[in-house]
Write a protein that binds this ligand. Sequence first.
Ligand code: ARG
Length: 586
Amino acid sequence: MNATQEHLREKLKVALSKAFGDDYSNTDPILVPASNPKFGDFQANMALSLAKKLGQKPRDIANQVVDNLDVSDICEKPEIAGPGFINLRLQTSYLEAQLNSIQKDERLGVPIAKQPKREVVDFSSPNIAKEMHVGHLRSTIIGDAIARILEFRGHDVIRLNHVGDWGTQFGMLITNLREVSPEALTTANALDIGDLVNFYKQAKKRFDEDEDFQEKSRNEVVKLQAGAEDTIHAWKLLCEQSRKEFQVIYDLLDIKVKERGESFYNPLLPEVVEDLDKAGLLESSDGAKVVFLEGFKNREGEPLPLIVQKSDGGYNYATTDLAALRYRIRQDEAKRLIYVTDAGQANHFAGVFQVANRANWIPEDVEIVHVPFGLVLGEDGKKLKTRSGETVRLRDLLDEAVSRCREDLETRLKEEEEREETEEFIANVAKVVGISAVKYADLSQNRTGNYKFSFDKMLALKGNTAPYMLYAYARTQSISRKADIDYDNLGENIKIMLKEEAELTLAKHILQLDEVIAEVEQELLPNRLCEYLYQLSEKFNQFFENCPVLKSEEPVKTSRLALCDLTARTLKLGLNSLGIEVLERM
Ligand code: ARG
């Protein structure tokens, strides 16, 4: 809800209590956005829900509310419609004043949160020596967008990469490393074993086939847990190699993460189990230490356990998450913990959160949310695979998006004979459009559903796509170039005037940015912001078709230029908050 809505709500409350007494001042639906612009901008529909309580006709109630309602400062005269709806229409002069004021504001009227807080966003989080797959890509893109929006609202965001850098799989990886690359372990040189994913497959194969290798691997696990120097050295080499590969992707995507992998929490794990015991939650099941979950049953109807210590004494993914959760609350002092992973982990997190809750580890002022997302599917509706059936490498996927954009651009340049562009320009446009297309395609979907990965769709120039949005932005910039006008120098006292319907529609939309951002901050659904920006581009196109800008006389011309500028800045701010760069020309 933005300031305008809040203001109207307060006025309605006053009117209600004047008409019927304080008890009625909060009756919902006190204010909703009008479903159709014909009805104005907002509707107050509480007359219907009050009818029974007051034993009066809704229309009479609406009349009494309106008689006591003073919104003349920002609205036209309220109108009563149908059985008792109160229609409110904002005055044009009010909208103009709002626009004139955000026009001077770098944040375009989006306030800093009233109570900025520390928030942890746990996202990306691939596993060492394994493929960073499309699921991790979704987590990376969605998590980054959420983090950016929170940061823009002034929150102190810790962007945590909860890398899977610990576990028994390191036994076989280290054993394999000793055999294929013994020199790596003794020299100070960086490790070079090429593709880590193939290395992983090789190690796994040998582990499955060779008993001697298995024995050695188990031994390495024991040494790793005991902190033996040479084993830790080998483990570090493997992590370092993966880190470098992940970093290539983060650089391509322009995404910042702070690595704090699973291994970080190792020293804290025994205490987690002890404290669960002290809290009386721990039970034994087949030699393992577990907490039985409330409300979770297996197929046989038996209660499901969350295992926190295996029968061999080892800890697991859940124990680590319990330790991480405590650390983030106690040491990081975060007030909201956000976990961005695929929906397949919903039960894991529900279990972890429940146990933490029952152990009383979550103070009242701390909020913990799992932000799940669906699968990435190929165009055939099945799990995304290459033609030969392999998992798709992220690097290849991003490279392909960029190279397709490059081809498109080069074709266009051939058609436009007068245009010459440098290699630098071409490379940059291809990169920005390609990467943005992948990000935007992901973000514009409601994340809870599965989404089909289609280059053709995400690169289309029409529809809710990155190229469409980037063109809309570039168009606003070409207007100013054409007229040789610098939007920043339109003058101190620009007066935006709204005369045409298309101007009003565009203006009202621009003024909803604060509301949309606040909503995404709460609900953590970046697709809402995408939808808003998409509508903004459409409304801008309508305006541009119907309202001449450069051909108008002053003062209309400057007013319209200012609307172009405001649209451009809104688009840029919105796209940037999603992690998408804009282009001045493309
Ligand atoms: N490494 C995990 C995976 O690849 C994701 C970790 C998510 N974060 C967490 N705190 N569990 O599935």
